[in-house]
Design a protein around this ligand. Structure first.
Ligand code: GLN
Length: 289
């Protein structure tokens, strides 16, 4: 195979300059991760083998991928993988890339039951399956249903559930929120629903708006539309004493707490907000009476 005469350090330097010029965040890191993927190694290997040479097909693949990254394609979509909650998830552009703030939702849920609870839960709008898989890890005796309106997203979730060997405990339903569930059928409803308002959506980065699925992000003019619909449906789906845990935007906590108090004061109790590591309101929890 013909050898390209530049060492990795030179390829990385060129890629970094190209990405920086395109305005990409952390250009060096992106370049190292893409090169590691092409070489089927990890990033540590790349940074400790800077005088290795690429062959020409590796060099042209690297240049192509750096070109994609320079147009704004998120690094997770190029790597087809994202770490979340200490676990590896396959991701495609059919699903939202799991965010670190969603780990707060899993931590907030983890304190609600003993870890050996035979918990029944539903992860609504599962996307990559991150919340469902995270819950199944946290509660090893639990059984969960992962829903999404997008069949393509469910396909990604299914791949992740299989990769984590959770097929016997997690199942899938293509459903608009909780419409497929019977009354009083679940102990827990968890969701990171779309919650970005119209104004906030247009302020989001180019990378998010152009490459991540809008239906996983934007929920309407106010941003709380899907939360409210879910709270209404979950009232029926949850067993008495069951919990709902919803990821929220920090400026939605007051409106959602008021909505619960005004519309369903007798249905929900123990309403609380959990903050993320930056002290921002991030998760709404409420218990079905
Ligand atoms: N936390 C996401 C973001 O700001 C939004 C996720 C959502 O709408 N569920 O990028």
């Amino acid at each position: 195979m013909p050898v390209n005469f530049c060492p990795l350090s030179a390829h990385l330097g060129m890629a970094e300059r190209r990405l920086r010029k395109a305005g990409v965040d952390s250009p060096r890191l992106s370049a190292e991760l893409l090169l590691a993927k092409i070489l089927d190694k990890d990033r540590l290997w790349v940074i400790t083998h800077l005088d290795t040479h690429l062959n020409s097909s590796q060099a042209s693949a690297f240049s192509r991928w750096v070109g994609c990254r320079a147009t704004g394609v998120p690094i997770a979509y190029l790597l087809e993988s994202k770490e979340f909650f200490g676990l590896e998830f396959a991701v495609t552009s059919d699903v939202l890339i799991p965010r670190p703030e969603t780990e707060v939702l899993l931590e907030a849920a983890s304190t609600l039951w003993p870890s050996d609870e035979n918990l029944s839960f539903v992860d609504v709008g599962t996307g990559s399956g991150a919340i469902g898989v995270g819950m199944a890890h946290t509660f090893p005796n639990s059984r969960g249903v992962l829903t999404d309106l997008s069949l393509r997203a469910l396909h990604v979730a299914q791949r992740n559930v299989a990769a984590h060997h959770l097929d016997s405990r997690l199942s899938f339903i293509c459903s608009d929120l909780l419409s497929a569930f019977g009354p009083r059928s679940m102990q827990a409803v968890l969701s990171n629903p779309p919650y970005v308002s119209s104004v906030a959506y247009w302020k989001m980065s180019f990378e998010i708006r152009h490459f991540e699925p809008v239906q996983a992000l934007w929920s309407g003019v106010h941003g709380t539309e899907v939360h409210v619909k879910l709270l209404r449906q979950a009232k029926r789906t949850l067993q008495s004493g069951g919990w709902i845990c919803l990821e929220i935007a920090p400026d939605q906590a007051d409106a959602l707490q008021e909505c619960l108090a005004e519309n369903w004061p007798r249905d929900w109790t123990e309403v609380s907000i959990v903050q993320d590591w930056a002290g921002r309101d991030r998760v709404l929890r409420a218990r079905r009476v």
